[in-house]
Write a protein that binds this ligand. Structure first.
Ligand code: ARG
Length: 554
């Protein structure tokens, strides 16, 4: 509606108006929008006070209830009832999902997300990648793109040679079966410890990886088993998070597809020998991109180049996103540059979506030696904290276990997404789970409260909007912002915009709920049911876009 008002005002302005020129008055009683007339004074050769007076007198439009000139500003009071009726009708229309757009026009976006490494714990970084990537996918879908979520499993590389060597020396089957990731990680750590004073171990590890690359049956069988067991553990986390993928093609998938790509790089005259290895030079200010080691082993970058080309051929994406931590920025800049040098114009459509660390008491939450934080344990702790809150607040709730899961997991997702992804985030379960403040449970709670009023008030009936009080108007103004908020979040690939919006709408609703006696005012009830239903729809949709559930009761 801001744009509509802008259009009305344009006819009085000697210069083109843009959205930013229309301000929000400091106090609500001064109106909904304010137009400062100072920028027009020179052109019109009149004082801003005179101009404001003239506009206020002349303006007339169904969206505008009245206009007042104050000190060179035109303060505009919108026609609340007209706007409210139109908006509620739009949100309640079951044939369109409010806030959706077709901006993406069905274009395909591939999203590389989660991508944990097998035989290693699922780290906090992988959690961030998973929830950020998933929300970005949901946002893009809402804006008319088709998304392909790719879990590029880290299941290839020299480390698997080390792991095979360690397992053959010190491993045993039962232990791996009982606690796969923990056992494999221990073996891997032991390998590194022993390799410090045993040189031949590293050579053995390299040889083992070579045999894996060459397709040695026994080596492959072991590797496959490690992979299956690891994926089982990861799957439990994905189930908890409620996240699915369209492809699990990881690094190993590209093992037999790299040769032609390396050849292509060479044919294009880009492959240079440097200290025995093959590299692509990227200029003065960037280290070269390593393509092949002296023993013929391929690297992380070789696989990513191959995967990028494969994704373009398979999906013909309009954009290819990689949700991976800040620390890999150089890698992405490098391989994008290589693709550009190879002549692929679509290299420009590749975008690294970096994010910061998760900190605990100011320190990186690490998955290294000794102090492993197992993500599954963290999730389960959040769920049990949510469960105990439910036990005290609402002991008679049906399906307590499910609600606890939705709240516990939601709290972690929201705690991550509410800040811009580039920031490091402080991880504190107690804070994330509070039902007051800027938390996931707070937003979920607002939704559940809305649902509870609706259960008591009954279904939507015919209604008319006769007057709109300040509390209701604040909700309407927030609801009206939803489509442009969704668009901005998708354009910026920034879920935190939705999280902040959800907080704002939840707060606005809570203040309405605390101040307006809904159920005892029969005259306004039908209209307020429509208003609360609309609020519930938008709150639930905002939560969905973050990858969260909205329990009906909690
Ligand atoms: N497995 C990698 C890691 O854990 C992340 C992979 C990211 N995706 C990619 N295409 N490189 O660090």
């Amino acid at each position: 509606m801001k744009m509509d008002v802008l259009q009305v005002l344009q006819q009085f302005s000697p210069i083109p108006l843009d959205e930013n020129m229309l301000e929000k008055p400091v106090h609500a009683h001064l109106g909904d929008l304010a137009l400062p007339c100072f920028p027009f004074a020179k052109e019109l050769r009149k004082s801003p006070v005179v101009i404001a007076n003239e506009i206020a007198l002349a303006i007339e439009h169904p969206l505008i209830r009245k206009a007042e000139a104050v000190n060179g500003y035109v303060n505009i009071f919108l026609n609340r009832t007209t706007i409210t009726s139109a908006l509620l009708q739009k949100i309640l229309d079951p044939s369109v999902s409010y806030g959706s757009s077709n901006e993406g026009n069905g274009g395909i976006v591939t999203i590389d997300l989660s991508s944990p490494n097998i035989a290693k714990p699922f780290s906090m970084g992988h959690l961030r990648s998973t929830v950020i990537g998933n929300s970005i996918a949901l946002l893009l879908e809402k804006n008319g793109f088709k998304t392909v979520k790719i879990n590029y499993i880290g299941d290839w590389g020299t480390q698997f040679g080390k792991l095979l060597t360690a397992y053959r020396k010190w491993g045993n089957e039962q232990e791996v079966q009982q606690a796969p990731i923990q056992t494999l990680l221990k073996l891997y750590i032991r390998f590194h410890e022993e390799a410090e004073h045993n040189d031949s171990l590293n050579a053995e590890g390299r040889a083992a990886f070579k045999s894996l690359e060459d397709g040695d049956k026994e080596a492959l069988a072991l590797w496959k088993w490690f992979k299956t067991e690891s994926l089982k553990e990861f799957q439990r986390i994905y189930d908890l998070l409620g996240i699915t993928f369209d492809s699990y093609n990881g690094e190993a998938y590209y093992n037999d597809k790299m040769e032609p790509i390396v050849k292509e790089i060479a044919d294009k005259g880009l492959l240079i020998e440097s200290n025995g290895a093959l590299v692509v030079e990227l200029g003065e200010d960037m280290p070269p991109c390593l393509i092949m080691k002296s023993d013929g082993a391929t690297l992380y970058a070789t696989r990513d180049l191959t995967a990028a080309i494969d994704r373009k051929e398979t999906y013909d994406f309009v954009k290819s996103l990689y949700v991976v931590g800040n620390e890999q920025s150089l890698h992405f800049t490098q391989f994008k540059k290589v693709l550009g040098k190879m002549g692929y114009e679509w290299a420009d459509d590749i975008q690294h979506i970096p994010f910061g660390l998760i900190l605990k008491a100011g320190k990186k939450m690490s998955t290294r030696k000794g102090k492993i934080v197992l993500l599954e344990q963290v999730l389960n702790e959040a769920i049990s904290l949510a469960q105990s809150t439910i036990e005290t607040k609402n002991p008679n709730l049906a399906n307590k276990a499910q609600v606890a899961e939705e709240v516990g997991v939601g709290a972690i997702i929201f705690g991550d997404l509410k800040q811009h992804r580039k920031h490091d985030i402080e991880f504190n379960l107690e804070t994330m789970l509070q039902t007051e403040g800027e938390t996931g449970p707070y937003v979920q709670y607002a939704f559940a409260r809305a649902k509870s009023v609706l259960r008591k008030a009954g279904d939507i009936q015919p209604y008319s909007v006769d007057d709109v009080n300040d509390f209701e108007w604040a909700i309407i103004r927030a609801l009206e912002q939803f489509p442009q908020t969704v668009k901005r979040a998708a354009d910026d690939l920034d879920p935190s915009i939705i999280a902040k919006y959800a907080i704002d709408l939840a707060q606005t609703f809570s203040s309405f709920y605390g101040n307006v006696k809904v159920l005892s005012d029969a005259d306004h009830l039908p209209y307020r049911i429509a208003l609360i239903t609309s609020t519930a729809i938008v709150l639930k949709e905002a939560l969905r876009l973050l990858g969260m559930k909205a329990p009906e009761e909690m």
